[in-house]
Ligand binder design. Sequence first.
Ligand code: 5GP
Ligand code: MG
Length: 173
Amino acid sequence: MSEELIPVLSRAEIEQKVKRLAEHICKDYDKEELVVLGILKGSFIFLADLVRKLTIPVQIDFIRLASYGSETSSSGQVQITKGLELDIGDRHVLVAEDIVDSGLTIAYLLDYLKQFHPKSIKVCTFIDKTGRREVQIPVDYAVHVIESGFLVGYGLDFDEKYRTLPAIYHLKK
Ligand code: 5GP
Ligand code: MG
């Protein structure tokens, strides 16, 4: 089966957009300390770029969620396969996700995190894919918004492929 990669965001565009987002976040949190919580694996490259551009004090943690579904969509049945390590009680938490699609993964995670009583929770996603949203969840920050399509690169994979590409592509099969 042949797969075609169509450029969506270049490396330079990503760099500029992530920088702008980091400035926005720093302004909003106004020197308050932040826990950036990355969802593995997809967010790790975006998170690494973002946190290095934040000028406020930041701590980093990761959570890994396994979601059952087909290769290109999630079912909303989520299992946590690696939990939190930091205590997020009374802390500002910024969830960093690679892409929000149906919203089911983030909805599950936000509900799960509430039991730890953070001071605040916001959601930051690299890509906000709006066309298939099934639950209304707050997307507080998005680097790039698209309506539809399956994207790869910059941390996003298809069957563990394309994750290390430095730019974002639309995968056409
Ligand atoms: P949701 O629960 O919002 O439907 O799914 C979010 C997860 O599905 C993402 O974190 C990602 O792992 C996967 N996903 C959804 N759309 C895409 C896409 O266009 N490309 C890739 N690589 N993964 C996607
Ligand atoms: Mg993901």
